[in-house]
Every structure is written in C-alpha cells, then in structure tokens.
Write a protein that binds this ligand. Structure first.
Ligand code: ADP
Ligand code: MG
Length: 274
C-alpha cells in the first residue's frame, strides 16, 4: 500500500535581484509503499534536496500535492506531521556544547509536553535509537567534536528517535568512508525490515543503491527519469542514461562503473577452457 504519493510537484526558485528563475522540480510524480527502502538518485543540481525538503514541508511547492496515506499533507498541522515524517538533512545547525545524547533527545520534541521534559519512555527511545546506530558509546561526547561519520550516526539516531513511520535522509553517506557508508545503509535497511519504517534517502553511490534499496527514483534535469523496483530499473538500463554512461562503462547488475579506455590500442584476449 502507498504511504507517500507525490503528484505533479513543481518548485521554482526565484533568484536574487530578479534574475532568471530556476525550475528545480517540474511535474514530479512517484509513490512509495509502506516499509520500502527508496533511493533518490541523480546528478548534482537535479533537485533531490528540493524534493526531500518539499516532502519534509521545509519548503513550499508552487504546484502539485503530497499525500501521506491518502491525506494531503498541506492540511496536517505541524505537530501532527512531525509525528509522521522525520528528516535528516545536510544543513548543519549549530549544536555546540550539546552531547550526542542531547542531540538525539531533541528528536522527542514532537512527543514531549509543553515543558519538553522527557519521560522514562522518551529516555528509553533515546537509548534505543543510539544503540540502533551503534552510537551508544558516543552519548556523553560533545557533538561538535565528533568526526563526520560519528555525527552522521547521531543525526540518524535523532531521526529514528522521532519515532515516525517515514524517515527522509539527504545524502546520509556523503563524506563517509566505505565502512561507515555500509554501516549507515545497513542500519536503515534494518529499520525497514524490523520496524516497518519507510526510508527515503538521496544517494550518490549507484553500486550501494542497487544492492540495498527496494526502489529507485532517478531524477534528471527537473523531472523523474524513472521510478520503480530496483530490479526493473536495472533491467531498463535507466541508470546508464541517468549518469551518461556509454557502452560497457556501467555494469547495472553489480552497479559497477568502469573508466572509459584512455585511448590507444585495442587489446585482443584469447582464452581456452581447461
Ligand atoms: P540536488 O540536491 O540534486 O543537488 P537541489 O535541490 O539542491 O539539487 O537544487 C536544484 C536546483 O535548484 C539547482 O539548480 C539549485 O541551484 C537550485 N536551488 C536550490 N536551492 C535554491 C535556492 N534556495 N535558491 C535558488 N536556487 C536554488
Ligand atoms: Mg542535494
């Protein structure tokens, strides 16, 4: 069943001093099923962050509709929406002098009362979220002194701690080494499989997306080039079109990219069975 539906979404940015307008999203349509792990992919500037921020209601579209379980999200009030959708974005807010535990506890804001005091249940959720991201040992460390990978784990834990059915993440693997990338993607996979969460993230690694995501949404220019099950997208060779790979530059099954020949000689290989 569809949990999120995006219909004819359009966003135009006005540039400063009345210059040209930038059409970031043009009639974007796609839907996501409950519990799916979705990667939004596309070259830089194609509108992925705009799409996520529009779904997160951080920016307003100029046209189209976003529905959550059939309900238009523009009609939901902010506190209710914060219990349905959490977002881990790349905009870095200042979190100086907060411990990792404090940062994750902020995720409970939509659930705490007027004074924001945490109940035993809230504290349990903070602990569970830190543990799910393998970050419990970081709980007393100052957030601004953590490494990029450790910060990313803590921010994802904060997103989990909001206890929403839908989790949006903008580039959760950027600036991380391969070990952290895989750990983050595995944590998100576990959330889908064990907790039934719907995870929608932007990714820049076709090889990892092909291996771990259920559905791919490919954004090219200001529109959706393809959207569907990972297997179907791989078969359709849309990934090559997305990144402009030609010939054998990309193995869609393994998600491996190859460098084009640097020029020069052809090599003839002969082999025989033993
Ligand atoms: P991506 O995340 O795929 O790199 P973005 O959504 O950040 O793409 O940007 C899509 C397009 O919108 C780009 O051309 C970008 O320059 C433009 N854009 C993004 N944010 C703004 C903004 N606040 N004002 C004007 N143009 C913007
Ligand atoms: Mg972006």
């Amino acid at each position: 069943m569809s949990i999120l539906t995006v219909e004819n979404l359009r966003k135009v940015y006005s540039t400063r001093f009345g210059g040209n307008q930038v059409e970031a999203l043009k009639n974007v349509n796609f839907s996501v099923d409950e519990g799916e792990y979705v990667a939004i992919m596309g070259e830089s500037g194609s509108g992925k962050t705009t799409l996520l921020k529009t779904i997160a209601r951080i920016i307003k579209p100029i046209g189209g509709a976003i529905s959550l379980s059939g309900e238009n999200v523009s009609r939901m009030n902010g506190s209710r929406y914060a219990k349905e959708v959490s977002a881990v974005l790349t905009d870095r807010i200042s979190l100086d002098n907060c411990t990792a535990w404090d940062v994750v506890a902020m995720g409970r804001n939509p659930h705490t009362g007027f004074f924001g005091s945490l109940t035993a249940e809230d504290r349990r959720r903070v602990r569970e979220s830190l543990e799910a991201c393998d970050a419990w040992m970081l709980r007393d460390r100052l957030f601004h002194r953590l490494s990029d990978g450790q910060k990313q784990k803590v921010l994802i834990a904060r997103g989990l701690c909001q206890s929403t059915p839908v989790l949006l993440l903008d580039e959760p693997t950027s600036h991380l080494d391969i070990f952290y990338k895989m750990e983050v993607l595995q944590t998100l996979r576990t959330q889908c499989v064990r907790e039934g969460k719907t995870v929608i993230c932007t990714l820049h690694e076709p090889d990892l997306a092909v291996k771990c995501c259920d559905r791919l949404v490919l954004v090219k220019g200001d529109r959706i080039l393809a959207c569907g099950d990972t297997g179907q997208i791989v078969q359709s060779r849309a990934m090559e079109e997305l990144y402009g790979f030609s010939g054998r530059q990309f193995d869609p099954v393994l998600g491996l990219a190859e460098f084009p020949a640097a020029g020069g000689k052809d090599v003839f290989l002969a082999g025989a069975e033993e």
